[in-house]
Design a protein around this ligand. Structure first.
Ligand SMILES: [Zn+2]
Length: 142
C-alpha cells in the first residue's frame, strides 16, 4: 500500500515537470531524474506523449493560421467584404445561409467563422482538428 502511494506521489511530481521537458525549459539535473522515472513508468510516458501531441497540434495551428492569412483561400476576400458591408449581428448570422444561396461553397462560411474564433485564441486545438478538415475541402489542392 505504502509503495503505491509513494509511486503516485512521484508520478504527480514528474508529471508536473513534463511541460518543461516538452518545451526544453526543464533544468538539466531535473531532466535526468524525470527521464529516469519515464523509463520505468508507462503512465508518465503516456502523459508525456499526450503533452507532446498537444504542443505539436498548437504548432500546426499557428502555422496553418499564418498560411491562411498569407494566402487567403479563393473567395475569402469577397466573403469578408460582403460580411463587412452587412452591419450588425443579423448580417453576420446571415452569411452562412447567403454563402450557400449565392453559390459560394457553404463550407467556406463555416470555416471563416471557426477560423475567426480560433485566430484570436490559439487554444482551440480540438476545434482546429475539425476546422482543418473543413479547410482542406474549401482550399483546393491541399
Ligand atoms: Zn510515473
Amino acid at each position: 500500500m505504502r509503495r503505491e502511494r509513494d509511486r503516485s506521489r512521484i508520478c504527480r511530481e514528474v508529471q508536473a515537470h513534463l511541460p518543461g521537458l516538452v518545451d526544453g525549459t526543464l533544468p538539466r539535473w531535473r531532466r535526468g531524474l524525470v527521464n529516469a522515472h519515464l523509463r520505468r513508468c508507462d503512465t508518465c510516458r503516456a502523459e508525456l506523449e499526450r503533452q507532446r501531441a498537444v504542443v505539436a497540434g498548437l504548432d500546426d495551428l499557428e502555422a496553418a493560421t499564418a498560411a491562411a492569412i498569407e494566402e487567403p483561400p479563393e473567395g475569402l476576400l469577397d466573403a469578408l467584404l460582403e460580411r463587412a458591408e452587412r452591419p450588425g449581428v443579423r448580417g453576420r448570422a446571415a452569411v452562412p445561409v447567403r454563402g450557400a444561396v449565392s453559390g459560394a461553397r457553404p463550407g467556406l462560411s463555416v470555416a471563416l467563422l471557426v477560423a475567426g474564433a480560433l485566430a484570436g485564441t490559439a487554444a482551440g486545438y480540438v476545434a482546429w482538428k475539425g476546422t482543418r478538415a473543413i479547410l482542406s475541402r474549401v482550399r483546393p489542392g491541399e
